[in-house]
Design a protein around this ligand. Structure first.
Ligand SMILES: C[S@@+](CC[C@H](N)C(=O)[O-])C[C@H]1O[C@@H](n2cnc3c(N)ncnc32)[C@H](O)[C@@H]1O
Length: 299
């Protein structure tokens, strides 16, 4: 029987549990923030990371576990859950990896955990770059907001290959964290917000800032663009209608939007987004989800 596992988004375990109920998914094992399931992996909105092809082995000793893992992969990450002393001693015998930079080329990493003294779970397959689903933030003291991390992480997670020289429509731009990041990546940006960006943005010749209501920036008004980015605070239903309009116009190739949530999320509306795109809770997301669509993958 296939085994897969999920670790809930930190701080959003309540939504994760609601999602399991909504999808009638019952774990075969739950230990703290670790959920193990039988069958094929399901993509969950509220997981931090999901592991596929999870292997379960009985181990007799620390040395025995280390030897077993060394035969499977070169470098290992440890998810500390239970029997931490033993888990760390195993890790001491393995090659470790430390993330240092956002775009670092990563080696193939295995990840393991202990659910009891003798029970080892491990895998080499997971749906994020980091097997624990973390993102190492980009320090930039001069950036107008930390929202930039959400953008950088989304670009990495959804594999948006090229931003350079792309024509971008960015909605909900103020105070400019995403705008500055996009300009830094070499994009041509039309940025829209009801609030004016600071004077420091006047110097960018590849920025066209428009003050006003973002929902007026429809395909017939803007014309062809490469990527639509939105970090607008609005009702999910309104955003859904708007991105559908853009998708149906055929005038956009990719869209990346934050779905802002109030209170408990409505899975029915999220499923509508997921029908023609991918939803994930990113490490840098708060009470919101990131949604990505590309004409290539979801037409
Ligand atoms: C979360 S903030 C965006 C932060 C920004 N992405 C950054 O990196 O700094 C959301 C923005 O959406 C703007 N907004 C919300 N509804 C809007 C609308 N209908 N038209 C234009 N801007 C809107 C707000 O003014 C606010 O500045």
């Amino acid at each position: 029987m296939n085994l897969w596992a999920a670790i809930p988004a930190i701080g959003y375990e309540k939504e994760f549990i609601r999602e399991l109920e909504y999808r009638s998914l019952k774990p075969v094992l739950r230990f703290e923030s670790f959920y193990l399931f039988e069958g094929d992996r399901k993509s969950l909105f509220w997981s931090q990371v999901e592991w596929s092809d999870v292997q379960k082995r009985k181990i007799e000793s620390i040395g025995n576990a280390a030897k077993l893992l060394k035969n499977e992969a070169k470098i290992w990450e440890y998810y500390s859950l239970n029997e931490n002393g033993r888990g760390n001693l195993i890790h001491d015998q393995l090659s470790k990896f430390k993330f240092r930079a956002m775009n670092e080329k990563l080696p193939s990493l295995g990840v393991y955990t202990l659910v009891s003294k003798e029970e080892l779970l491990f895998t080499k397959n997971y749906n994020r770059i980091d097997p624990l689903g973390r993102f190492f933030s980009v320090e930039d003291e001069r950036s107008p907001s930390t929202a930039r991390n959400k953008l950088y992480e989304a670009v990495q997670v959804f594999e948006i290959a090229e931003i350079k020289e792309k024509k971008i429509l960015e909605l909900g731009a103020y105070p400019g964290g995403w705008t500055k990041a996009l300009l830094g990546l070499g994009a041509n940006v039309i940025a829209v917000d009801r609030a004016e960006l600071g004077v420091e943005f006047k110097k960018y010749k590849f920025l066209d800032f428009r003050k006003g209501d973002a929902f007026k920036f429809t395909p017939d008004v803007v014309g062809e663009i490469d990527i639509l980015f939105s970090d607008l605070i609005c009702y999910p239903e309104k955003l859904l209608d708007f991105v559908r309009l853009w998708q149906e116009s055929g005038l956009v190739k990719e869209m990346l939007c934050t779905i802002k949530l109030k209170g408990e999320c409505d899975f029915a509306i999220l499923d509508k987004f997921a029908k023609f795109g991918m939803i994930r809770h990113l490490y840098s997301n708060k009470h919101e989800l990131s949604w990505y669509w590309s004409a290539k993958s979801f037409s």
